[in-house]
Design a protein around this ligand. Structure first.
Ligand code: HEC
Length: 371
């Protein structure tokens, strides 16, 4: 028998890649799985919408340490759905650009992305319950982060279900593409608000300032203290209090552009310390950081007096700590009514603190500044 012909027909090319057909669309699963997957996606979407509507808000009083621990995992896990969705969008975009010659198999990745998004959202609730992100209400930042990411979960669930059916009956993925893009948009907005919560200031502000330094608020200059100054003549606020706050607090409590040390600026605990008005208004606790004339009611002093290992002690434990004299200087200024236009001598009563004021100034100038 002549056997050569069939063999050469079965292996026509020496290079097997050469004649490889366009990848066929492989249905991911049987109809039963498609139905199970769609129902699961629908349940996820419904629960995602229902939880914030039915939830009464956090109750930091009754938290187990486990809640707090798992809450801290939220910022870690949330990168998983973000990464997966970016990968899926990239692969699908390549598929669409190749006009169907490349058919990425993204269904399983979508399922894992959706489940990881559910995990991240659950941990997000636990983190929110610990109350570390401010008062126990759905204020602007948390509200937008919450609803943005819930819209993402709902849209991703829908995209996943439609994708299952597309895989099954081979329909064109137009609706799927639309839902995937909408989910990505919602994720971008929700994640951006999350970043604002975590970093305290809008990360895009830094970019705006870089691109448009003129339009951003002018960076505040630290007051220049002439070498010939006498402590008594220094301005109590501009030349004593501001350098103090600059040294110990502005790093984390000043808006972009207003901070002489860090151009990007951070507003941790929603507390800006660069103006008297902002200090009086206070941060996320809604307690005034500064009450002119009343040290006991001024939260900025209270937190500095907490024990160093107290979570709310300021500046945080691993930051440079003010000396007792430096805290006393702030108290002296607050007790005097937090004046912004008086010299040290006009405010009066600070003689005992002159050495602390000198030490606060630049070392080279400190020598010159003596009575
Ligand atoms: C390294 C960063 C950092 C530095 C430096 C820092 N803080 Fe804070 N501060 C924070 C963070 C973070 C929070 C929010 C804590 C929270 O919400 O649990 C906060 C919150 C506060 C609050 C509470 C605001 C509110 O209303 O809830 C006060 C008051 C405060 N800081 C004062 C100060 C003072 C005064 C200094 C300087 C002596 C200072 N901080 C320096 C990071 C810092």
């Amino acid at each position: 028998m002549e056997r050569e012909t069939p063999i050469s027909q079965a292996e026509p090319a020496s290079d097997p890649m050469h004649d490889m057909p366009v990848q066929p669309s492989t249905p991911c699963c049987g109809k039963a799985w498609v139905i199970v997957g769609s129902v699961a996606a629908a349940v996820i979407a419904l629960v995602a919408i229902a939880v914030p509507l039915l939830w009464e808000g956090p109750d930091p009083g009754k938290l187990s340490p486990w809640t707090e621990y798992f809450g801290t995992l939220h910022p870690m896990i949330l990168h998983m759905p973000v990464g997966i969705v970016i990968l899926v969008v990239t692969l699908e975009s390549l598929g669409w650009m190749s006009f169907g010659r490349y058919k990425p198999q993204t269904t399983l990745a979508l399922a894992i992305g959706l489940l990881s998004a559910v995990a991240a959202a659950t941990l997000g609730y636990l983190l929110f319950m610990t109350g570390d992100y401010g008062k126990a209400t759905l204020d602007r930042g948390i509200g937008q982060h919450l609803w943005g990411t819930i819209a993402f979960i709902v849209l991703l669930s829908a995209a996943f279900a439609v994708k299952l059916w597309n895989d099954y009956d081979g329909r064109k993925p137009v609706l799927y593409g639309f839902l995937l893009m909408a989910a990505t948009g919602a994720l971008t907005l929700g994640a951006h608000e999350g970043a604002v919560i975590t970093h305290g200031s809008d990360p895009l502000d830094g970019l705006k300032n870089l691109l448009n330094p003129q339009k951003g608020a002018a960076a505040k200059e630290l007051p220049v203290i002439p070498a010939s100054s006498k402590v008594a003549d220094l301005l109590a606020y501009d030349q004593v209090v501001v350098p103090l706050l600059n040294r110990y607090c502005y790093e984390c409590h000043s808006e972009a552009g207003t901070n002489p040390v860090h151009a990007a600026g951070k507003v941790k605990g929603k507390l800006s310390m660069t103006t008297i008005e902002a200090l009086k208004k206070g941060g996320s606790s809604d307690l005034p950081a500064l009450v002119p004339g009343d040290v006991a009611a001024s939260l900025m002093i209270e937190v500095m007096r907490y024990p160093l290992d107290d979570e709310e002690h300021m500046p945080p434990e691993d930051s440079d700590q003010p000396s007792a004299d430096e805290i006393a200087l702030l108290e002296w200024w607050i007790n005097a009514g937090a004046p912004t236009d008086q010299s040290v001598a006009e405010v009066g009563g600070a003689d005992a603190l002159f050495p602390a004021i000198e030490a606060l100034l630049l070392p080279a100038e400190a020598d010159a500044v003596s009575e």
